[in-house]
Design a protein around this ligand. Structure first.
Ligand SMILES: Cc1cc2nc3c(=O)[nH]c(=O)nc-3n(C[C@H](O)[C@H](O)[C@H](O)COP(=O)(O)OP(=O)(O)OC[C@H]3O[C@@H](n4cnc5c(N)ncnc54)[C@H](O)[C@@H]3O)c2cc1C
Ligand code: FES
Length: 270
């Protein structure tokens, strides 16, 4: 957190990697990286244009950098795409409650991500990829629109050397061995749901409908709702619980989320 948690600090862009036609990966130098948790977000700003919330997709405390996967969709992100390595990007945060590593340690963990929903869980996946001894088992189920929209391909290839990874696409390319269809179709085949439910945890991140239907599929297959974690992307403004922009019913997503337990928040999907 910056000293004044509403005051942006200027962060130097260290690297930009084109990831898909409309997504770039940005690495920035960030002095307060020791305050960062998996699944949190920052408010990135472009003077004269505004701010937007972006999830931390990876970070290094030793090297003092954060990474963001940014999709070019509107006013602020269009401007960020005009920046180059060496330019400065103002940002404030980190904000929100992320994924609590301790909650998953010693468990059978399944992570399901849809499209760019992989970005907020990437640092969590990388943590357990580097520390496999901390889990009983680990598996990943990833859904994308088509092969051109698969993000972090080389990392997925590394992950699947260590634990089971299912990648499925909505629109088949015709490639041999390609899995197609929605992630919900693959839930009943996961090893995680065959385990003792006391030692199971499930993380689902993606568009709201995808999270809702995937959570319901896990519940249908015997996973208790309190074992399921989701991450909400709501429109943010202040990010510190003052403006009410992110509110769903009485819940302030910027303060209490973006990561929530499904049992407590299933009604927020309505
Ligand atoms: C906790 C959290 C984490 C997030 N993490 C990420 C992330 O990691 N990466 C990422 O890319 N995004 C992320 N987002 C989403 C990002 O904050 C939004 O996409 C943000 O709105 C982008 O800002 P912008 O100014 O570029 O786009 P905006 O100009 O706000 O446009 C956003 C969307 O609204 C539409 N829109 C804009 N103006 C109008 C209008 N007048 N009428 C109708 N529709 C309109 C646009 O077409 C676009 O689809 C996150 C959001 C939250 C809350
Ligand atoms: S974004 Fe202002 S209250 Fe949550």
């Amino acid at each position: 957190m910056t000293a004044n948690n509403l005051l942006p600090i200027n962060c130097e862009i260290l690297a930009i990697t084109k990831t898909t036609a409309i997504e770039n990966l940005y690495r920035v130098r960030f002095p307060h990286v020791d305050k960062v948790h998996n699944g949190q977000f920052l408010q990135l700003s472009v003077p004269g244009f505004g701010e937007c919330a972006i999830s931390i997709t990876d970070f290094s405390v030793e090297e003092q950098w954060l990474e963001f996967l940014i999709r070019k969709v509107g006013l602020v992100t269009n401007q960020i795409f005009n920046l180059n390595v060496g330019d400065y990007l103002p940002m404030r945060g980190p904000y929100g409650k992320g994924f609590q590593i301790a909650n998953y340690e010693g468990k059978h963990l399944a992570i399901v991500a849809g499209g760019s929903g992989l970005a907020p869980v990437r640092s969590l996946i990388k943590h357990f990829h580097a520390n496999p001894q901390d889990l009983k088992s680990f598996e990943l189920l990833l859904g994308f629109k088509d092969t051109d929209n698969v993000i972090f391909k080389s990392e997925i290839a590394e992950w699947e050397k260590q634990f089971p990874v299912i990648v499925t696409v909505d629109n088949p390319s015709g490639a041999p061995d390609e899995k197609t269809g929605l992630v919900t179709q693959y839930v009943s085949g996961l090893k995680t749901i065959k385990q003792d439910m006391n030692s199971v945890e499930v993380v689902i991140v993606g568009p709201p409908r995808m999270m809702e239907f995937t959570a319901k599929e896990f519940i249908k297959n015997g996973v208790p709702p309190e074992k399921i974690w989701v991450s909400f992307e709501r429109r943010m403004s202040c990010a510190v619980g003052k403006c009410g922009h992110c509110r769903i019913d009485e819940v302030y997503v910027c303060l209490e989320g973006p990561v929530f337990n499904y049992a407590a928040t299933a009604h927020l999907f309505d």
